[in-house]
Design a protein around this ligand. Structure first.
Ligand SMILES: [Zn+2]
Length: 245
């Protein structure tokens, strides 16, 4: 059975994803119902499940309409129910099977209390926890100490070959910060590639965890205190981008 991953941009920098295997399909973070439906239609899929990496409205805003339209079930972590109460609470679940789709779940509190990473066939859907060249902020119900523990404890142990598929494309906003606090040749090259992709009207390629470890300052700090200091510095720095939830 062929496994297919679809991705579509909405707003300025949000991404909705679709996971499909045979007749089984799941939308991930459809913040915009029309864009989620268009992505599914373009792949000939009728999703029966909607997954939330976390509850923020730019990731869940289209879910109620799509649930009604598709008769789909919404799955997310109950700790984020204040934003969107899921039909199925994924708290404490290590794996889930949705028809032919088999996913591993990694708890990732920090950006929100109920943030999750979804691992599926060599891909890691990271929501607003891990971005290309950066990490999520904690301004909307988050906790920097929990986010540090997620990076130093959870993400640090994951396979470097995993592809990184984030909830926003903040690469061009994040890379100048990375070059300021932790300059690497890898970050300089990625910034050139990101700018070239945008100039050509192309979507950026997904990176891998190994590639992120070579340039993402939040994956390169060794301890929680330094992580929190870096997060605070990024909050104060933000000359643009990374403004989303
Ligand atoms: Zn968010």
């Amino acid at each position: 059975m062929t496994a297919r991953l679809g991705r579509r941009r909405f707003g300025r920098d949000n991404y909705v994803y679709l996971l499909a295997e045979g007749e089984d399909a799941a939308l991930v973070d459809p913040g915009d119902a029309a864009v989620g439906a268009a992505l599914a239609a373009s792949m000939g899929a009728r999703p029966r499940w909607i997954l939330h990496t976390h509850g923020h409205p730019d990731h869940s805003g289209g879910s109620a309409a799509l649930r009604a339209e598709l008769g789909a079930e919404v799955l997310g972590h109950g700790a984020d129910a204040a934003w969107f109460p899921p039909d199925v609470d994924l708290a404490g679940r290590g794996t889930i099977d949705l028809g032919a789709l088999h996913l591993r779940l990694h708890p990732a509190p920090g950006h929100t209390p109920g943030s999750l990473l979804f691992e599926w066939r060599g891909r890691l859907l990271t929501g607003d926890t891990l971005f290309w060249a950066g990490c999520g902020n904690c301004r909307h119900g988050g906790d920097p100490a929990a986010l540090a523990a997620t990076f130093l404890g959870g993400i640090a142990g994951l396979d470097g070959a995993l592809e990184v598929h984030p909830g926003h494309d903040y690469a061009e906003a994040n890379l100048p910060f990375a070059l300021e606090v932790d300059p690497t040749a890898a970050a300089a090259e990625r910034l050139v590639a990101a700018r070239a992709a945008r100039a050509a009207g192309r979507e950026p390629e997904a990176s891998t965890l190994a590639a992120e470890r070579a340039l993402n300052p939040f994956l390169r700090v060794g301890d929680a205190a330094r992580f929190a200091a870096l997060r605070a510095r990024r909050d104060a720095w933000a000359p643009g981008g990374e403004g989303g939830r």
